[in-house]
Write a protein that binds this ligand. Structure first.
Ligand code: MG
Length: 175
């Protein structure tokens, strides 16, 4: 079975747009430190999978085609920068108001990925910048890293102030 690192997208792979959505490749700006983290994870032989809520599609602010274009761009740029890309990208376009098993904090997308890619969830890790990422990871049975200023929240296995420190903490959680 495979070990995987599941990445939330906005705020981990690319800069978050506050009070808005990434609706085109032009809006998609990689977080520079993400590349080193990604390279390190690849060297460990882990699969790398994106797990992202994108309710902007459900809200009609962008189309499924816009989202696909953004992810094509993401994969192309990642390949240029690192020589490899994500093994898979799972998106949930359901609205937060709908009771969706796929939408984080629910674990649907992680369970789907585990099935598709033969992933051992207990040996895997979810990295995100929202509590709902941690909740989805826990519900799926992975370990979790929460990135950001969350010093009072004990739910995650590790709380890291930024992507750079995820790399420094990584060996203690997954290896
Ligand atoms: Mg996020």
């Amino acid at each position: 079975m495979n070990k995987a690192v599941f990445f939330d997208r906005d705020g981990i792979v690319n800069s978050r747009i506050y009070c808005g959505y990434v609706t085109s490749p032009e809006d998609f700006v990689f977080i520079e430190d993400f590349f080193s983290l990604f390279n390190f994870i690849r060297k460990q032989g882990c699969l790398a999978v994106v797990i992202t809520n994108q309710q902007g599609v459900g809200k009609g602010l962008m189309t499924q085609k816009d989202l696909d274009d953004i992810h094509d761009y993401m994969q192309r740029e990642l390949a240029i920068k690192t020589g490899t890309k994500f093994d898979a990208v799972y998106s949930c376009t359901d609205l937060a108001t709908v009771n969706s098993f796929r939408r984080k904090p629910n674990p649907g997308m992680l369970l789907e990925a585990a099935q598709d890619l033969n992933i051992n969830l207990a040996a895997s890790l979810m990295i995100g910048d929202s509590i709902s990422d941690v909740q989805a990871g826990k519900a799926a049975g992975t370990r979790t890293i929460l990135v950001g200023d969350f010093s009072d929240i004990a739910e995650a296995d590790i709380i890291a102030p930024d992507i750079n420190s995820v790399l420094r903490n990584f060996s203690s959680i997954l290896l």
